[in-house]
Design a protein around this ligand. Structure first.
Ligand code: GDP
Length: 300
């Protein structure tokens, strides 16, 4: 929590503190509510979520006869946590079952932090004693495979890569095959995210998914989104959601945005939980997403 708090330092002056300032000031007139609305919109919560939150806050403020700043903080805490749907299952399905490795597809637009996230995740799994195979199925950029290989070496995971321009699906196939042969616990597939056209993406990613699905069940499809991209990120998310069944979101670069509000929106609009957050470029900067801790960091 301390680390999250530090990393979200810039977010603090954004959403949490502004809301606390507004709600803690006693009776709210229409103008104050407009300020609350503006704050929520500026933090990327989107019109629907904003309207819903304001509705809940207005009702609850009155119902609980909130008078003090502390009461306002407590109310805000509860309402925000509830909006993040704390009941959702956020575990990453990265453990083997039925005598085969867990297979995870990591998808997202280039530059969002896909390769970094795959590397960090491999590191976490290996340090927990698991055997991991990484598949560099982003074969369009030699640099991507290179980068993944470096992460893999450092983490102690096997990395399967093909020649530049190789069929991503064949690299993915080879990685799953190797993982199965080696008795690995998890196979993580880093895919290409060239979002030039939706059909292009469907051809590439859809094929990877189809080929892998013939070999093995795909346990988790993690969509990596850059928290700093706001509305753009949501648009991307929808496109990916149409191509593959996303089972979880990884929100990266949360350390670099004052707009923590995107977290609220991604879940609501995609209907899948945020499972992990990226809090920096370093190997240990990947954390499970915990609604209560996140809200605490926003409000502290
Ligand atoms: P990919 O093209 O989606 O595979 O993206 P990369 O993994 O290459 O990451 C793109 C850039 O974002 C790199 O410079 C990463 O170090 C950086 N990055 C990834 N995750 C995070 C994060 O959580 N926080 C910050 N600040 N930077 C990140």
């Amino acid at each position: 929590l301390e680390r999250l708090r530090g990393r979200l330092a810039r977010s603090r002056s954004g959403l949490g503190q502004s809301l606390l300032g507004l709600l803690g000031a006693g009776e709210l007139d229409d103008e104050s509510w407009e300020d609350v609305e503006a704050t929520l919109l500026a933090a990327d919560l989107g019109p629907e979520m904003t309207a819903e939150l304001i509705d809940t806050l207005r009702t609850e403020l009155a119902a609980r006869a909130v008078r003090t700043a502390d009461q306002a903080k407590q109310l805000l805490r509860e309402v925000l946590i509830e909006a993040l749907r704390p009941e959702l299952d956020r575990s990453v399905r990265a453990l083997p079952h039925d005598g085969r490795p867990a297979v995870l597809l990591v998808v997202g637009v280039n530059g969002t932090g896909k390769t970094t996230t795959t590397g960090k995740l491999a590191r976490v799994l290996v340090s927990n004693g698991h055997k991991v195979v990484l598949g560099a199925a982003d074969t369009f950029r030699a640099a991507a495979a290179e980068q993944l290989a470096t992460w893999g070496e450092r983490a102690g995971a096997t990395v399967i890569r093909g020649p530049e321009g190789a069929d991503p699906a064949s690299v993915a196939f080879d990685a799953v095959k190797r993982g199965t042969e080696e008795g690995a616990d998890a196979v993580l597939l880093d895919t290409a995210g060239r979002l030039h056209t939706k059909t292009g993406l469907m051809d590439e990613l859809g094929k990877v998914k189809r080929v892998v699905s013939r070999q093995s069940q795909v346990d988790e499809v993690l969509l990596v989104l850059d928290a700093t991209t706001g509305q753009n990120g949501l648009t991307q998310a929808r496109v990916f959601g149409d191509v593959v069944d996303v089972t979880g979101v990884v929100l990266t670069k949360l350390d670099g945005t004052a707009k923590g509000g995107i977290v609220f929106r991604v879940q609501r609009e995609l209907g899948v939980p945020v499972k992990l957050v990226g809090l920096g470029e370093g190997p240990d900067d990947l954390a499970p997403f915990e609604p209560a801790a996140f809200v605490e960091a926003l409000l502290s």
